[in-house]
Design a protein around this ligand. Structure first.
Ligand SMILES: Nc1nc2c(ncn2[C@@H]2O[C@H](COP(=O)(O)OP(=O)(O)O)[C@@H](O)[C@H]2O)c(=O)[nH]1
Ligand SMILES: [Mg+2]
Length: 468
């Protein structure tokens, strides 16, 4: 074996098999890469392509997606016509590649054999929901001729199970056989596959064992980073102020509408940016997410029921309001009165002067600020609505749980259909009390200290860990 061709650092695995058996899906799942081309049209992949799994900037292994076998019998015949001792068989395979380099008939076979002959381990994929057939034997024999270490993966594209037919045949060619479902994201399954991959080549064992640990850390890293992004979102969104210069002494209806529109747009933009970041953290940057827009109507606590499924109901808010002293006697009366102050009310009731405050729990403070040069500004923010942070949190945490359980082999859009039970999953009384204290601080004018930021992020990290 040509020593220079054996990669020292990164273990590499070529995922090979018949067309349309889930090779690309398995590459996507094991490399956690949502860019892998997956299609139910056989013969979509024509070139080999490598997908490294990176953790903390370090490549822990590489999966190589390959075209499926097209003319396995022809290749095997050629190899056999050059029959030599077993030790020389890999050389014959190499010779086949050289001889047919420009032969379009064997393009796909050459593409899939190249990475193997350059030292990649073999992962042979079969669809065990279909019966075994002799046509696979030529493929398995060719792989044997390469002399490279190999394992077989049983995928089940449909419900049926012919694994017991497949196993006796596969056992003759492969060191290990495992069942793998690329549509599931389950760390135990991934680690079991990694354990088998580690056995393929002695030089890789230690390294892949180490990567198993990295793999577990990787999950924590993604949770931690998600918590940090959500924390930044909550802090920024709650404290955000939108300003608008007004022409007269009082804001016109048009100006009020304008600032309201800008303020809401900005908050939506902050949320969208954070969600995009979270999608990148989970390697789902190319995912199409169908998500209900962030609405501001009916968000206030005075409406009969929270308009947003992620928001707290009046009753739930009462729970913390009473215990954290967030609500005074008048506020409690208002909570029970069932008024809707926000729609039209909050923005409409603009009053002059700094520090003007109206209503109890309007969406946000709206002020007209006087300036030295006689100019006047309309200002909205920081966010006064006590429900708003819970809605932002609920939406972001819901996204995280969906991404964490989403296989990178799936290509259909992710429909974030709100689930009424989700709130119960992540928010209990105790957690709500802890969150409420932070939200109060985030709404204030004071700068948020990094310890407070970290403590909140830690609280979110624990929350995420408890729900995924
Ligand atoms: N339900 C289901 N579909 C699968 C599974 N594996 C692959 N598929 C689908 O089968 C088709 C072929 O998959 P692909 O990974 O492109 O196969 P390849 O041609 O061997 O690379 C795609 O439509 C996949 O979504 C599986 O385990 N379950
Ligand atoms: Mg493919």
């Amino acid at each position: 074996m040509d020593k220079a061709l054996i990669p020292k650092e990164t273990p590499k695995f070529a995922v090979v098999g018949h067309p349309n058996k889930g090779k690309s899906s398995i590459v996507a799942a094991l490399a956690q890469d949502d860019t892998v081309a997956i299609s139910n049209v056989p013969g979509t992949t024509h070139e080999q392509k490598s997908y490294p799994l990176q953790v903390d900037g370090r490549v822990i292994y590489e999966l190589i997606d390959t075209p499926g076998f097209q003319r396995a019998r022809g290749v095997l015949e050629w190899l056999k016509s050059h029959d030599v001792s077993a030790a020389k068989r890999p050389e014959v395979v190499r010779k086949f590649i050289e001889t047919h380099r420009d032969d379009p008939r064997y393009h796909d076979e050459i593409e899939l054999l190249k990475p193997i002959m350059q030292g990649a381990g073999i992962i042979y994929v079969v669809d065990a929901s279909k019966p075994y057939g002799e046509e696979y034997e030529a493929q398995m024999e060719i792989l044997q001729w390469t002399g490279q270490p190999s394992m077989a993966l049983l995928n089940h594209i449909d419900e049926d199970d012919y694994a017991s037919e497949w196993k006796p045949a596969l056992n003759q060619y492969f060191k290990s056989i495992r069942t793998f479902n690329p549509m599931r994201t389950d760390t135990a399954q991934q680690i079991a596959i990694l354990e088998s991959m580690a056995q393929l080549r002695e030089e890789w064992t230690a390294q892949i064992k180490e990567s198993i640990q990295l793999f577990e850390q990787y999950q924590h890293q993604k949770i931690r980073q998600s918590a940090e992004v959500i924390t930044a979102l909550i802090v920024t969104a709650l404290g955000y102020r939108e300003k608008l210069t007004i022409k007269g002494e009082e804001a016109t209806q048009q100006e009020k509408e304008e600032i309201r529109k800008r303020y809401e747009q900005k908050l939506r933009q902050l949320e969208a940016e954070s969600h995009a970041k979270i999608e990148r953290i989970w390697n789902h940057a190319h995912l199409e997410v169908d998500e209900a827009p962030l609405l501001f109507e009916g968000m206030d606590l005075f409406s009969e029921s929270s308009a947003d499924i992620f928001g707290l109901t009046r009753k739930e808010m009462m729970l913390t309001a009473a215990t954290t002293g967030a609500v005074t006697g008048a506020g409690i009366d208002l909570l029970f009165a069932g008024h809707t102050l926000f729609v039209g009310g909050a923005i409409g009731a603009v009053v002059g002067g700094v520090g003007a405050y109206f209503g109890f729990d309007e969406l946000s403070n709206v002020k007209v600020l006087g300036q030295k040069l006689g100019k006047r500004y309309l200002q909205v923010g920081p966010m006064g609505n006590r429900n708003f942070p819970y809605i932002l949190l609920g939406r972001a945490l819901y996204l995280v749980t969906k991404l964490a359980s989403r296989s990178h082999a799936r290509r259909e859009p992710l429909a974030l259909t709100p689930d009424t039970r989700f709130k119960e999953e992540w928010l209990d009384e105790e957690r709500q009390k802890r969150l409420e204290k932070y939200h109060k601080a985030f709404r204030s004018d004071k700068e948020i200290e990094s310890e407070v930021f970290e403590a909140y992020s830690q609280l979110l990290q624990e929350t995420i860990e408890s729900i995924i």
